[in-house]
Write a protein that binds this ligand. Sequence first.
Ligand SMILES: C[S@@+](CC[C@H](N)C(=O)[O-])C[C@H]1O[C@@H](n2cnc3c(N)ncnc32)[C@H](O)[C@@H]1O
Length: 337
Amino acid sequence: MNVPKIPVAPGETLRAALAGLLDGLPAKQAAQAVERLIANYRGSTPTDAPILRDRADVAAYAAYRMPATFEAVRSALGALADAAPGWAPGSHVDVGGGTGAATWAVSATWDGERPVTVLDWAEPALALGRELAAANPWLKATEWQRSRIGSALSIESTDLVTVSYVLKELTRDDRRSVVDAAASAARAVVIVEPGTPDGYARVIEARDRLIAAGFRVAAPCPHSSACPIVPGEDWCHFSARVSRSSLHRQVKGGSLPYEDEKFSYVAAVRFDADPVPERIVRKPQIRKGQVLLDLCAPDERLHRETVTKRHGPLYRAARDAQWGDAWPPPHQESAES
Ligand SMILES: C[S@@+](CC[C@H](N)C(=O)[O-])C[C@H]1O[C@@H](n2cnc3c(N)ncnc32)[C@H](O)[C@@H]1O
């Protein structure tokens, strides 16, 4: 049997493939294309025609945004994998998948080859996605299909559907259509949006719809009841660290070697999952001798826990804890119990 060579690390392979895209394109021209796309994305959403029109647009979008959407989706999928350690998707459909960031994130989360289909209405994005995927043995057989998200959308039965950074580009009706189509097709649905108040609102609307369709929430929430956040007062979001490419530095200036991509997400499943006991929903605040943790708890409650030196190993765990982590860490009891 011809077993494909295991990619060293899909994230690194993707980074190298993206760097190759800009070979030969003058840095200034690439930066201008990115700036035009950013302006377009700000101006006119939702649109009735693809924003990504040609290869130059798509190469610029991919080089600039794909590392960030890849890391955000990988983080969401990691939380799903933690909640369902015995499960791995046997097949995957990425709706509005563009150049395929989520397909790379799936291959970075669960080893091996599986049938993968990417649906998008932008042919140049699909073409570039196919080109990039040639560098990843687990994605070589991916099908890149032109498809419009709308009331006519139907998705073939699959284990996992991802919808990443797409809802923002859709009308309300089309957002509902894509979530309903995903719910009918899949055993697990992962939706990722920018970590803004609007992105969070779209995620919550999708979460409600998935629960009404019989799904339970595997992550990030510790429960499938109502979200305790009061709309307009706050929004649930997380952060993924992304190494900056030279294109990033050119467009955004600054010298930091990384940036933090903020995202909101929901991972919902039709099978048994073990959500976290509580989730850290803000960056932990480290003070002298204590750590303040803002937590989302299973009883539809947000609360702050103060972990001090007298909590011993738990204090050390709190000092290492990151925004988005489970709390308490496995095999430890919370400071309140
Ligand atoms: C911001 S990009 C996200 C791409 C990819 N999912 C990612 O996370 O990097 C949004 C994608 O949605 C696609 N899209 C937007 N509206 C669509 C529609 N009505 N039907 C099909 N695809 C659509 C765009 O062509 C684009 O590829």
